[in-house]
Design a protein around this ligand. Structure first.
Ligand code: GDG
Length: 510
């Protein structure tokens, strides 16, 4: 059974007749280029398809830094979609993007107060850049546009647009976790962040826990009241708060994995393994992903499992570098590399490197084929909004001989992929035991678990996710049946977890 069941799908055509354009705002915008642009990911494909259907505008940062203080808007139209992006000045980039977004919001939302840089200057830069973006967007908006803002970079966008007089439907989706109030309250300008979120009509989170955490923040701060259904009242506005677990292009990814047997990287990997089993991890190099703990868990598994050592099982950890300009990331790059060296020195042999650690990005096809080859997928973040790698690993498996997913309970995906082996990633021995269980799991059990997870992903793919959000934003939310959620009060995360578990976890076994 599936948690998020779509009972009736309004056709996209219905929506197009009654509504204006769709406007998407996101930090990065996949502007199509004449040649050489990388294939878009699942999210870009789904949003691109929705924009193409409804006609629309995609607005955000170009990904480039420029010398000017007031860089011009760069516009391009492809098919039914207008793209509009702007560069950032060095100062804006440092304060808004690296500073507040990636060095304050990201760590706090991933429960890492110890890593947060709470500089006032960066907070001011964040609101200043959001205001600039809102003013630029305002010049392009029409009164019947529906506006969908993405992620932590642009939380204040709606509040600035409201100040400019816009009353359009405004939706927000947070791709990362939202922590409970005792942690969230550490965000600089916390009250302004809560107030900014209250300026939307629909605030979407990855899981019911994140949604409950946000509601709990409003209640604890004494600024909000929980109403019936998903409705909330705060700062003089009524709006909706709900969970929309993001997903992947399940069918397309499964197909890519089937075809990837012939991929050159996949072939080379297979040859180099000489029949030894593979365990795989794929993550951006980020402290939230728990890479060091995962390597320790794998090492413990190898040390404790006679079968593992005998069969010379190999872990392939693919970890493209990210955000190297932020000091915590640069430091982590060194630490993980040293740690892998240490583990290989201790456990390896002249003809066996237990952990293969790669810092470059693979093609999507190679990745799909490598997932399919791996007997165990290790997705053990310390905290993750969703984690699409978990879903991709499942979609890539062969139905006849699927591998086993070992999944952190702190990944949003654990809400849907209950048939994975769910672990506490901080507990090295528990995770090592789960790797062992996965490694030795009989075919019948592997198939049962995989089928249960795959049926969830077939129902909730990225198109369904996109459709659900847009239907809710346009007020057609009665079409969607969402699983029971806990009573809303200021719950601790553990209380919320326990109280949602029966409703969310009984059906199938991220
Ligand atoms: C944020 C939230 C949420 C990775 N290495 C390569 C590669 N990847 C692709 C994976 C996957 C994507 O990057 C990573 O997505 P995740 O969801 O795992 O994590 P974040 O980047 O942190 O994303 C997260 C997500 O937003 C969506 O809402 O799930 O919780 O943190 O698709 O396949 N792709 C290719 N080569 C690589 O080497 N081609």
């Amino acid at each position: 059974m599936v948690q998020f069941e779509i009972l009736k799908k309004s056709s996209d055509a219905d929506r197009t007749q009654s509504k204006g354009r769709l406007v998407v705002v996101s930090n990065r915008v996949p502007v199509p280029t004449a040649a050489g642009s990388p294939p878009p990911g699942g999210l870009a494909t789904a949003l691109g398809a929705a924009l193409e259907t409804h006609g629309g505008l995609w607005f955000g940062w170009s990904g480039k830094i420029c010398a000017e203080n007031d860089p011009p808007l760069q516009e391009r139209t492809v098919g039914n979609v207008d793209y509009a992006v702007t560069d950032l000045s060095r100062r804006d980039h440092d304060e808004y993007y690296h500073g507040f977004a990636n060095s304050a919001l990201w760590p706090v939302c991933h429960y890492r107060l110890d890593l947060a840089d709470l500089s006032r200057r960066n907070a001011n830069g964040y609101f200043r850049v959001n205001e600039q973006f809102a003013r630029r967007l305002a010049r392009m908006l029409r009164s019947d546009d529906d506006i969908w803002v993405h992620d932590y970079h642009f939380i204040p966008m709606a509040a600035f647009l409201r100040d400019l007089g816009f009353t359009n439907p405004l939706g927000f989706f947070l791709h990362i976790p939202f922590p409970p109030s005792d942690i969230a309250a550490a965000i600089p300008n916390y009250d302004r962040i809560l107030r900014s979120l209250a300026a939307y009509d629909l605030v979407g989170f990855q899981t019911p826990i994140d949604a409950e955490n946000f509601k709990g923040c409003l209640v604890r701060a004494g600024v909000g009241t929980i109403l019936d259904g998903d409705w909330v009242q705060a700062y003089g506005r009524k709006f909706r708060v709900a969970a929309f677990p993001i997903s992947i292009e399940t069918k397309a990814f499964a197909q890519e994995a089937r075809l990837a047997e012939k991929n050159i990287i996949v072939k080379r990997t297979r040859q180099s393994l000489e029949g030894h089993p593979l365990v795989i991890g794929v993550d951006r190099l980020d402290y939230s992903k728990g890479i060091k703990q995962r390597i320790d868990s794998f090492a413990t598994f190898v040390e404790k499992s006679h079968a593992a050592a005998k069969s010379r099982v190999t872990m392939l950890q693919i970890t493209p570098k990210s955000r190297s300009e932020v000091s915590e990331y640069a430091q982590m790059q060194r630490q993980v590399a040293e740690h892998v060296g240490h583990v290989n020195g201790k456990l390896g042999d002249v003809d066996w490197t237990p952990v293969r650690y790669i810092n470059k990005a693979m093609s999507r096809a190679a990745l799909a084929g490598l997932y399919r080859m791996a007997r165990v997928g290790l997705v053990t973040p310390l905290r993750d909004g969703m984690n699409l790698v978990a879903k991709e690993y499942v979609a890539a498996q062969s139905p006849e001989d699927p591998g086993v997913l070992v999944l952190s309970r702190f990944a949003g995906a654990a809400f849907e992929l209950e048939s994975a082996l769910i672990v506490n990633p901080y507990d090295i021995e528990e995770t090592a035991a789960a790797i062992s269980q996965a490694y030795e799991m009989p075919l019948r059990e592997r198939r049962d678990r995989w089928e249960a997870m795959m049926s969830v992903l077939e129902t909730n793919d990225v198109d369904a996710w996109c459709r659900r959000f847009l239907l809710d934003l346009s007020g057609e939310s009665a079409d969607i049946k969402i699983p029971d959620k806990p009573e809303v009060a200021a719950m601790s995360e553990d209380e919320a977890w326990r109280s949602t578990k029966p409703a969310l976890w009984t059906t199938i076994g991220r």
